[in-house]
Design a binder for this molecule. Structure first.
Ligand SMILES: NC(=O)C1=CN([C@@H]2O[C@H](COP(=O)(O)OP(=O)(O)OC[C@H]3O[C@@H](n4cnc5c(N)ncnc54)[C@H](OP(=O)(O)O)[C@@H]3O)[C@@H](O)[C@H]2O)[C@@H](O)CC1
Ligand SMILES: Nc1ncnc2c1ncn2[C@@H]1O[C@H](COP(=O)(O)OP(=O)(O)O)[C@@H](O)[C@H]1O
Ligand SMILES: [K+]
Length: 473
């Protein structure tokens, strides 16, 4: 698996692509640089296809790519015509505006109508498209499709939904120059696709960054951001589930219940006294049903009750549409239960727990840790956060590393805070995004805590995580 793995998978959906662009920008690689590379690539590929070029330019980033390509093709001695069917003031992207000005200075001819050429380059609608093509893009796509020329689409054919490939009216491309990684919509067209490297550094793919905080917007109804139950705690370990629950609440879950033997005073959390698998007067399943729980965090501090409780939780999750976080003691008993979790769960092992999950000893070698994370994900059909100095997040065919955090986070309770945060985020997003955002944000919070207070206690992490989560929109 590891040898062939592209870090974030083979195809990048719109959100993943945006995340990588933001990560890249945070590393000092600007959008302008990427656009320049994108356009230069298109020009290089296109030049051999004819002598005259009609470039259809939209008002977004893809239009910018097209304007760069126009300038480069003109420099290469080709006859270049640009059709920009909008008003200049409609362009929102600064980089596209700049490239419009540059194209005007570069021997490009601006035309008002569809004009004959050997090659048509589609720079109309890219990853920012919403719905069916509207006028004037619609008519230009239709005219292109009726016209006999070699057709090149930038990034993806205009009109196509980048994530699903849905396409009622699409630019009929002979060749598609897609930027950085193919989009899921291109799956059935791969024989026509060239992937252009536009200067995004490998690090932006391989490691988590601020772009991985691009979570779905919060729902506006109570409960739509997660009703979380944390099931944990025992006579010996009383604090762990409370840390996890408080972390879930602060990370944005609407309602957080704590099913645990001992009460602690947190007015924002709802306590249910749990004795073994009984919750107040109810069975565990009855309680989950009554509280209308849609995310369960199970494990922190469970100790010897872990097997029985985890079993029951997994049974419940199989019947109902709930997401799961398995941590600590629940991870230790998972191999014995042997359930597949149907891609609705996130497992949060450290190296020792990972080793138990796989039944083999593991070292700290990065390669071995990556393989282990993939193997756990495969075996249990779940996403995995393998915690450590360099965390590994793996989910089916996707994997990413994380370097946020520091050695002050080895104190007790940081793992409990992490499982609570991922529980909260599972309330409003899919496991891959919940796991990525949590791993990055908890580590980043550890860095901020140490800088500001000289420690990374769970309490400080819990207070800091919300700010980090909201730092990207
Ligand atoms: N970001 C980066 O770092 C890099 C990005 N790159 C390139 O940028 C592209 C993404 O750029 P983007 O986000 O600006 O979107 P893009 O699709 O070009 O424009 C959308 C425009 O179309 C419009 N529109 C929407 N739907 C419509 C419809 N149905 N029918 C008609 N119009 C519609 C919409 O207008 P609105 O409706 O909002 O007024 C908006 O103005 C990406 O594909 C890649 O090629 C590269 O340069 C590398 C670096
Ligand atoms: N030495 C370290 N360097 C960087 N981050 C660390 C380090 N140790 C732990 N962390 C971070 O602390 C969090 C909790 O991990 P860990 O301490 O392994 O959990 P647990 O509490 O289950 O032992 C994770 O976000 C992890 O990335
Ligand atoms: K870390």
């Amino acid at each position: 698996m590891l040898n062939n793995a592209r870090f974030r998978g083979e195809f990048y959906d719109v959100r993943e692509m945006r995340a990588v662009e933001l990560n890249s920008a945070s590393l000092g690689f600007s959008e302008e640089l990427m656009m320049e590379n994108a356009g230069a690539w298109v020009a290089k590929v296109a030049r051999s296809k004819g002598e005259s070029f009609l470039i259809l330019v939209g008002k977004g980033g893809k239009g910018g790519d097209g304007l760069v390509a126009a300038r480069h093709l003109a420099l290469m001695g080709a006859e270049v015509m640009v059709l920009f069917p909008y008003k200049e003031c409609e362009i929102k992207k600064e980089t596209t505006k700049k490239n419009l000005e540059r194209a005007k200075m570069s021997g490009v001819r601006f035309v008002k109508e569809f004009t004959e050429a050997d090659v048509i380059i589609d720079a109309l609608l890219g990853t920012g498209v919403k719905g069916m093509p509207r006028s004037p893009a619609k008519e230009l796509i239709e005219q292109s499709n009726d016209f006999n020329a070699f057709k090149i689409a930038i990034d993806l054919p205009s009109g196509m939904d980048p994530d699903t490939g849905e396409c009622e009216l699409c630019f009929e491309a002979d060749l598609i120059v897609t930027m950085h990684a193919p989009k899921p919509g291109l799956k059935n067209l791969m024989d026509k696709v060239i992937v252009a490297e536009i200067g995004i550094p490998k690090r932006a793919d391989q490691y988590l960054g601020p772009g991985d905080l691009l979570l779905r917007p919060r729902g506006i109804r109570k409960g739509s951001n997660g009703r979380v139950a944390v099931i944990g705690g025992s006579k010996r370990y009383q604090g762990a589930p409370w840390i996890s629950a408080l972390a879930a609440f602060r990370a944005g879950a609407d309602l957080v219940y704590v099913y645990t033997p001992t009460r602690m005073d947190f007015p924002e959390l709802i306590w249910r006294k749990r004795t073994g698998t009984r919750v107040e007067e109810m069975s565990l399943k009855e309680a989950l049903e009554k509280d209308r729980i849609n995310v369960i965090v199970v494990g922190p501090g469970l100790a010897e009750e872990a097997l029985e409780i985890t079993k029951e939780v997994l049974e419940y999750a199989k019947e109902k549409d709930v997401s799961l976080v398995l941590d600590a003691d629940s991870l230790k008993v998972l191999p014995e239960i042997g359930e597949k979790l149907g891609w609705k769960a996130v497992l949060t092992p450290h190296l020792g727990e990972a080793s138990k999950l796989l039944g083999r000893s593991l070292t700290d070698s990065p390669k071995e840790r990556m393989e282990a994370a993939f193997d756990i994900s495969d075996s249990f059909e779940a996403c995995v956060i393998l915690k450590g100095p360099i965390d590994v997040v793996a989910c089916k065919d996707k994997l990413v590393l994380n370097t946020t955090g520091n050695e002050y986070m080895t104190v007790g309770g940081t793992g409990d805070a992490l499982s609570g945060v991922v529980g909260a985020l599972l309330g409003r997003d899919e496991p891959w995004w919940a796991a990525k955002a949590t791993t990055y944000a908890v580590g980043k919070s550890g860095e901020i805590c140490v800088e500001e207070r000289g420690h990374a206690s769970p309490t400080c992490l819990i207070e800091t995580v919300p700010k980090v989560l909201h730092s990207v929109k």
